[in-house]
Design a protein around this ligand. Structure first.
Ligand code: GLU
Length: 476
């Protein structure tokens, strides 16, 4: 969000990640040298290039950071925002390494960013900037299906990924796997169904699963399950909007929504799709029918609710507002929305934080599926969908003839089909989120000293990465 205070701007996000890492590393039994190797960023590429805009020639500053090469390619989004800086990109690259390890996505972590406010540039200018940025990455070997694979992040989307893929392909004639150089592409350009909503859907699957443990919910004074729970969401971008939509469709009540310039509250619940359409048309959430405008943009973080989903930028919940955050569960849709100081305050009052490196891993999980699709050159489900449907049909007929009873139409509707690409992506994502949560929860329960899920998530990730390094062998 652009309404950052000076203290927030000067706060080092990368140091926060180091603080989380160091604390978690004290629970990991691995050689000191390997922990040191994991913690730091392997390659930091800062670039400057000129771009012709309607205002004249502008010098644009941009970054790509590869945090860990223990698995290749490295992976992570590209952010377009006026506050992008080296410290931020390094922190985000590091988080990608841990995120991939947690969901068993076989990539190292990376991140990129361009220091621009995309709202101040025309589509043509954005295309020129994106293509030039990609060219700079090609020049230094910082992009490629087996090297480093960007994806969307704050301020970028399918359109930018299509430009990147096309630019890369132009430099790599005959490279069969060129489309795998970037994920989050439009479906028509080698993208995969389900990637657009993947991060929000992952937030939904992960939170719903965490809320299914009766003993954990009891400690928070909650009953298990999502039905009827109150939810607040900061950010109506790709992550926040889809998360809100899945929670709404899943029976939760969205009581508050916030954007960079406005936030609203309605105890009776808000339909996020209507609110998003209102925001797109009016440029503000204020005045949305039935809702009350909250005085500050960040007030969405402080409303009474069961689940709060910060899905905008880092440092949103910090030492200065953490004591006023009332949510019982904070599901981190964004990367780094809660600072370590804020986490201490929230953990001390018994609040549960489901950490970013797990909570928003749905995006990179489905990016992995997209990359696999690009390398295999075939749509998921193409080979087996019809076969499965015919088989299910035969089973229906066998059941009906052996029992002498016809199945109901709704029973038939569920059974009489094969899985298409979206079904498989959704099921692979749900499986990844559930397996990863089980691992994190087991780590949390195993160590008495681990005080929260973030530490448990870091420990889970570091243990896996340390094993990779030990298996790789270190060159003499
Ligand atoms: N930018 C997203 C993230 O922070 C997605 C990364 C990817 O798909 O590679 O996780």
């Amino acid at each position: 969000m652009s309404n950052q205070t000076d203290a927030q701007k000067h706060h080092s996000f990368f140091e926060d990640v180091i603080r989380y890492f160091d604390y978690a590393a004290s629970f990991v039994n691995a050689p000191e040298g390997i922990l040191e190797q994991i913690k730091h960023c392997n390659s930091v590429y800062k670039m400057r290039f000129p771009v012709k805009t309607s205002r004249g020639i502008e010098v644009v500053e941009a970054y790509r950071v590869e945090h860990s090469h223990h698995k290749l390619p490295t992976k992570g989004g590209i952010r377009y925002n006026e506050n992008v800086n080296q410290d931020e990109v390094m922190a985000l690259a590091a988080l990608m390494t841990y995120k991939c390890a947690i969901v068993d996505v076989p990539f190292g972590g990376a991140k990129g960013g361009i220091t621009i406010n995309p709202r101040e540039y025309s589509v043509d200018e954005l295309e020129r900037i994106t293509r030039r940025y990609t060219t700079e990455l090609v020049k230094k070997n910082f992009i490629g299906p087996g090297i480093d694979v960007p994806a969307p992040d704050y301020g970028t989307g399918e359109r930018e990924m299509a430009w990147m893929a096309d630019t890369y392909a132009a430099f790599s004639m005959g490279e069969l796997n060129a489309l795998g150089c970037v994920t989050g592409k439009p479906v028509s350009q080698g993208g995969i169904r389900g990637r657009r909503e993947a991060t929000g859907l992952g937030v939904f699957y992960g939170t719903r699963y965490a809320m299914s443990f009766e003993e954990d919910m009891k400690k928070l004074g909650l009953t298990p399950g999502l039905e009827g729970k109150t939810v607040a969401v900061q950010g109506l971008g790709n992550v926040g909007y889809h998360a809100a939509k899945f929670f709404f469709e899943g029976g939760a009540k969205i009581v508050s929504l916030g954007e960079y310039n406005s936030s609203i509250y309605d105890a009776n619940g808000i339909d996020p799709t209507e609110a998003k359409a209102y925001f797109s048309a009016k440029g503000t959430l204020h005045g949305y029918p039935g809702s009350k405008a909250l005085p500050n943009n960040t007030d969405v973080l402080e409303v009474e609710c069961d689940v709060l989903i910060p899905a905008a930028l880092e440092n949103q919940i910090n030492g200065s507002n953490a004591a006023r955050v009332k949510a019982k569960i904070i599901s981190e849709g964004a990367n780094g929305p809660v600072t370590p100081d804020a986490e201490d305050i929230i953990t001390a009052r018994g609040g549960m934080i489901i950490p970013d490196i797990y909570m928003n891993a749905g995006g990179v999980t489905v990016s992995y599926f997209e990359w696999l699709k690009n390398l295999s050159h075939v749509r998921f489900g193409r080979m087996e969908k019809r076969y499965q449907q015919n088989m299910n049909n035969s089973i229906i007929q066998a059941i009906e003839s052996s029992t002498g009873k016809a199945l109901t139409e709704s029973q038939k509707k569920v059974l009489d089909r094969g899985a298409d690409e979206q079904d498989l992506v959704y099921s692979g994502l749900e499986e990844s989120m559930i397996t990863a949560y089980d691992q994190i929860r087991a780590t949390y329960l195993k160590h008495d000293g681990i005080k929260n899920l973030r530490t448990a998530a870091f420990v889970t990730a570091i243990e896996k990465i340390a094993v990779s390094y030990e298996m790789m062998g270190i060159f003499p």
